[in-house]
Design a protein around this ligand. Structure first.
Ligand SMILES: [Mn+2]
Length: 435
């Protein structure tokens, strides 16, 4: 199993991280715990993204350690030991010998020796960088030792948020594959199509390309499109309804994240077209803002301004643009009744990747820089069952979100998912048409 990147990429990441830490510190990065789905059946294991970032180790029950008790940083992987009987049942293991030989670390030990190796090191160091809650054995050791602990995330996140050329190349593949999957689903569009069927078309495209979903696919027809985290995908989509598909894949650890919304019968109604074109206009306006130096909040505000004005123009809001937007710092006006989420998030090893950037509060967030990858995904939702606000009858049952993945470059925004159609004319030409 070859590494995702050349060893030099991991060495660069490790030294950029460790170079910022105080001398005499110890770093312990644990992978994710395995989780049970039912009785003795586990969910498929997915390694912790910090573990993947630092050394690409993807087996369970492992810890990456860096110590500089000798004055020089030394890295160690603790991994499951070779065990033929266990491997017969659970799969082959690399073991400490293979880990030390082929992975970007100086040494490797059996995970069984974790406490024994770490305990003496705790006496020699002044601070331990560790992410609590992932590994009970480490948490217990640190609790018992009374040593000062710190969270390594702030150091690692500012590295992870800027993608290298090699990472961008994989993220392009991930974006291309997700685009392809969405197009295949569009071709399967027809009145009465099952949400589950569209899900299976999307996910079989991922699987047949040796990838997997990055998050559970959302396939919501009609009113279900107005449920932001809908993913039961068990209803049929009626003739005349839109379907919203929010699905992305993970290629060699890196996520893509695309949302497209289209009519299953291949033809937008006038009301659907009005909402769709408004969301598309706001999304294009937001993407335009994704340039180096822009504050995180600016692309959300750009999308929000277009949405707020559009809601006024369509007669959905009866007020001025200022009133629709609300507090000029918070953007908390009544347009939020129909567009209640942020406009995007960082994307990378995690689908909601590290790096900060909350929207909808008054923190302007990080500044955009070349090498950042973000999603841009405004939406409008008119669930007909809602009782919290007035839902105009003309738009009841419509939910639209359009989401692309955008690389910030010195030359401006680059849409990695541009091969996935989003113009109404393109969509109407594809839906239900066999390739
Ligand atoms: Mn997203």
């Amino acid at each position: 199993m070859p590494l995702t990147f050349p060893i030099s990429e991991y060495s660069k990441r490790q030294s950029a991280f460790l170079g910022q830490l105080p001398s005499n510190s110890l770093v312990l990065i644990s992978t994710n715990p395995r989780s049970i789905r039912s009785n003795d059946t586990h969910y498929p294991f997915r390694a912790n993204s910090y573990m993947l970032y630092l050394c690409d180790w993807d087996e369970s029950d492992s810890v990456w350690m860096a110590s500089n008790s000798t004055g020089e940083w030394e890295t160690t992987l603790f991994v499951l030991p070779r065990d033929t009987k266990a491997e017969i049942w659970e799969g082959r293991r690399v073991g400490p010998e293979g880990a030390a030989k082929y992975w970007p670390v100086d040494k490797a030990h059996s995970i069984m020796d974790l406490s024994e190796v770490i305990r003496p090191l705790l006496g020699d160091c002044s601070v331990v960088f560790s992410i609590a809650g992932l590994n009970p054995e480490i948490d217990a050791l640190l609790n018992d030792s009374n040593i000062e602990t710190a969270n390594p995330k702030s150091y690692l996140d500012q590295l992870r948020v800027i993608k290298s050329e090699a990472e961008i190349e994989i993220m392009r593949k991930s974006a291309d594959l997700a685009s392809e999957a969405h197009i295949l689903a569009m071709r399967e569009g027809n009145p009465g199509v099952g949400e589950w069927h569209l899900q299976s078309v999307i996910e079989s495209c991922f699987t047949s390309n040796n990838a997997q979903w990055a998050y559970p696919s959302i396939v919501g027809g009609g009113d279900n499109a107005a449920i932001l985290h809908y993913n039961t995908n068990q209803e049929s989509v009626k003739d005349g309804d839109l379907v919203l598909i929010d699905a992305g894949c993970e290629v060699q650890g890196y996520a893509s994240d695309i949302t497209r919304t289209w009519p299953v019968n291949g033809r937008f109604t006038d009301a659907q077209r009005e909402i769709y074109e408004l969301v598309l206009k706001s999304q294009i306006a937001a993407i335009e803002v994704c340039r180096p130096g822009a504050r995180w909040v600016e692309f959300h505000n750009a999308a929000s301004r277009v949405i707020a004005q559009g809601l006024i123009d369509l007669g959905i809001l009866d007020c001025t643009l200022e009133e629709a937007i609300g507090d000029p710092n918070d953007f908390d006006g009544p347009y939020r009744n129909y567009f209640m989420h942020g406009t995007g998030h960082f994307l990378g090893l995690d689908v909601h990747d590290v790096g900060g950037g909350r929207q909808g509060d008054d923190d302007p967030g990080p500044k955009l820089m070349p090498g950042m990858v973000i999603t841009v995904e405004p939406g409008l939702y008119f669930g007909s069952w809602r009782t919290d606000v007035n839902i105009p009858e003309r738009y009841a049952g419509i939910g639209v979100r359009i989401e692309d993945d955008v690389l910030v470059t010195a030359d401006g925004p680059l849409v990695l998912t541009s091969s996935c159609p989003k113009e109404i004319s393109e969509l109407e030409a594809i839906i239900g048409q066999e390739g």
